[in-house]
Design a protein around this ligand. Structure first.
Ligand code: TXA
Ligand code: MG
Length: 321
């Protein structure tokens, strides 16, 4: 099945979920709501569907994809768990945590989706739409964020349509994403290692493990997470980070109490709540972009809790390109 020119955006009711599962079975591409960001799903075992998925996103390279499954039992059919990954899965699945684990030889995930690696990234999403789709499909669904390569991740069905209309078969609309940044990625291929800060705060993971997470050394280990390109989460506007005050002609992305400013302003969280800020991050960047801002001044965001993921995405969005 090729992507129809008319991409259907459907409210994710029972009939739409059944249609989406059938579409995946036939090799189609279905974007769906998760609690982090919208994913663009394909049947994990169908190499051709995976190839069309890369084409729809316009990915510069075949980055490895996250396989989404409905529960830990399904995950264990795809990969080997050790004591640390057992603990993390028990504590945080379903939820915004992705575990990179040694893959089973016969797991059935298409090699193309794994970019030839011996490991596989697994996530059990918590969103009821994602859960219902996985249950109806009855297998693993690989899904990167449902945006064109290099754009910010979509946190609403409208964002997905803006990027991928006409390139995919269907969007399952499940409302706005509650978390708003991608999952935290931890590799358990030895000492548990943080590959990407995300929607689950590092402190929570460390509390469960009872020890600090290793952090990947960017130069040496990031090649195993090639999605971590320096300028991966880029709006069209330039970003000026840690701005104390906006300048004439800039738009302002505020956090906490907004300074007085006559230009276009959006606030990630007027009350300085990092969870609310994460949920608003990508939609506010898109909205300021759409308003035609040339430069967005971004106020300082603290580095604790979800601040680590927010500052990571902001630094990528600000990287020269
Ligand atoms: O919240 C999320 O994680 C969303 C939703 C849809 O689940 N998905 C998402 O996928 O952000 P994507 O493709 O945009 O980012 C997945 C990241 C990439 O940086 C990729 O390189 C990394 O996961 N990754 C996948 N498999 C890997 C592996 N075996 N080893 C290391 N990194 C891997
Ligand atoms: Mg992405």
């Amino acid at each position: 099945m090729t992507a129809e020119p008319g991409t259907r955006a459907l409210k994710a009711d029972e009939a739409a979920i059944a249609a989406a599962a059938a579409c995946l079975k036939q090799g189609g591409l279905v974007a769906f709501a998760t609690e982090t960001v919208y994913g663009l799903g394909a049947d994990a075992g169908n190499g051709e569907a995976v190839a069309r998925l890369y084409a729809a996103k316009g990915r510069p390279a075949f980055n490895p994809l996250i396989a989404h499954i409905s529960d830990v039992n399904a995950a264990k059919r795809l990969a080997y768990f050790d004591a640390a990954s057992e603990k993390l899965a028990a504590a945080f699945w379903p939820g915004p945590l992705t575990l990179v684990l040694p893959k089973h030889a016969d797991g059935g995930v298409a090699d193309l989706a794994l970019a030839g690696l011996d490991s596989v990234a697994l996530r059990v999403p918590a969103h009821p739409v994602a859960q219902a789709l996985l249950a109806a499909f009855g297998g693993a669904v690989v899904a990167p964020s449902a945006n064109r390569s290099g754009h910010v991740s979509p946190t609403s069905a409208a964002h997905v349509m803006a990027d991928l209309r006409g390139r995919i078969d269907m969007v399952l609309d499940g409302g706005n994403c509650a978390v708003g940044v991608e999952s935290t990625i931890v590799a358990c291929l030895g000492e548990p290692t943080l590959l990407r800060p995300g929607g689950l705060a590092r402190e929570e993971i460390e509390r469960v493990l009872g020890r600090p997470l290793r952090v990947a050394l960017i130069a040496e280990e990031m090649p195993i997470a090639p999605g971590q390109l320096a300028s991966h989460y880029a709006p069209k506007a330039k970003l000026r980070l840690n701005a104390d005050a906006p300048r004439d002609g800039e738009a302002l992305l505020a956090f906490g109490p907004s300074p007085e400013f006559s230009g276009t302003t959006l606030n990630l969280s007027p009350r300085g709540d990092l969870i609310e800020a994460a949920a608003n991050l990508f939609s506010h960047l898109r909205a300021l972009d759409a308003a035609g801002a040339k430069t967005i001044a971004v106020m300082r965001v603290p580095q604790d809790g979800l601040g680590e993921a927010i500052n990571d995405r902001l630094a990528r969005a600000a990287a020269p390109r």
